[in-house]
Design a protein around this ligand. Structure first.
Ligand code: GLU
Length: 317
């Protein structure tokens, strides 16, 4: 992919993103903004931002690529990487599986019916709540402070912050996540205080990012943990690979199989409208489009990724 003239490549990539933005933005009309967390319903349903960070660290963007939004479930990849880094792979996978479910992200049903009675994977809510409980720190503030510092290292900035109103809105309405967390407590998988663990989880979901941030993390994953912007290693290679494997099978809720067929790269979505995608050795892609399809994935964002994958021959699966 790398052309000899980075400037030429940049102009071409920027033009590709602009054209795809123009074609994909109409797909937003097929989705609706999440409202089960009331503060999320304030997002502009017609927004669409696209960004690419390539293996040389060049950034290209189009549309609403600088709009900040809450990372939501994409934080599950970051939290997994953080806890694997701090506590090791076994600490996570002795408590959480690696298998897809085919169920919605917030499903509780398999916790009781599966043989091992542990969450199927760290990218559904049940698994992510267990991962949140493993973040180092004796208070929620300490745990989230460590997570924000880790995220800041990936993003190359120290001003990572939360959307306090989205955090408060989720905390005030999270009956289902509370049910999941209490069930996990009963299974012995949440040793700490349940409300404290949920507080960490709600805060990690409320971290503010834009499409360029997601593209940079995608680029770091694409290079197995090396940040192409700074040249620094920000993740252990094994951690990056585990994250990518789970993103392939579980990253887009119960739309993961269709996405693998249509787009063919590891990705993770969130109900804030973000999608983080990563193309081995080539680039990270960040997308923002808050109108969601029936699975909870950005409608226009999916369309943009389908078009981009075809245009640049990104498929790795
Ligand atoms: N905070 C959200 C929840 O737990 C995240 C969901 C998502 O993005 O899939 O419901």
């Amino acid at each position: 992919m790398s052309l000899s003239l980075p400037g030429t490549y940049n102009r071409r990539m920027t033009e590709v993103l602009r054209q795809i933005h123009a074609r994909a933005v109409t797909a937003a009309a097929r989705g609706t903004v999440a409202s089960y967390i009331p503060a999320l319903s304030l997002a502009d349903p017609g927004a669409l931002g696209l960004a690419v960070v390539d293996a040389d660290g060049c950034t290209c963007a189009a549309g609403d690529s600088g709009t900040r939004f809450t990372v939501q479930s994409i934080s599950k990849v970051l939290a997994l990487a953080y806890v694997m880094t701090e506590r090791g792979e076994d600490a996570v996978f002795s408590r959480v599986g690696k298998e897809p479910t085919g169920d919605p992200f917030n499903s509780i049903i398999r916790l009781e019916t599966s043989a091992g009675q542990k969450p199927f994977n760290p990218l559904i809510n049940a698994g992510a709540i267990v991962v949140s409980s493993l973040m180092p720190g004796s208070t929620p503030a300490e745990a989230i402070g460590g997570f924000l510092a880790f995220t800041g290292r990936l993003l190359g900035r120290s001003d990572v912050s939360l959307d306090e109103s989205v955090y408060a809105s989720e905390k005030a309405t999270a009956a289902r996540n509370r049910s999941i967390a209490w069930f996990l407590k009963e299974l012995g998988l949440v040793p700490a205080d349940v409300e404290d663990t949920l507080d960490v989880y709600f805060r990690q979901c409320a971290v503010l990012v834009d499409a360029v941030d997601l593209a940079r993390i995608g680029a770091e994953l694409s290079l197995d943990g090396v940040d192409p912007v700074s040249g620094a290693r920000v993740l252990d290679a094994r951690t990056a690979r585990v994250c990518k494997s789970l993103m392939v099978t579980c990253g887009l809720y119960d739309g993961s199989g269709e996405f693998a067929v249509d787009v063919g790269v590891p990705a993770k979505s969130g109900v804030g409208g973000g999608i983080l995608a990563t193309v081995r050795d080539r680039m990270g892609i960040g997308v923002y489009g808050p109108a969601l399809d029936a699975h909870g994935n950005s409608a226009a964002g999916l369309e943009a990724l389908r078009l981009l994958s075809a245009e640049l021959d990104l498929r790795v699966l």
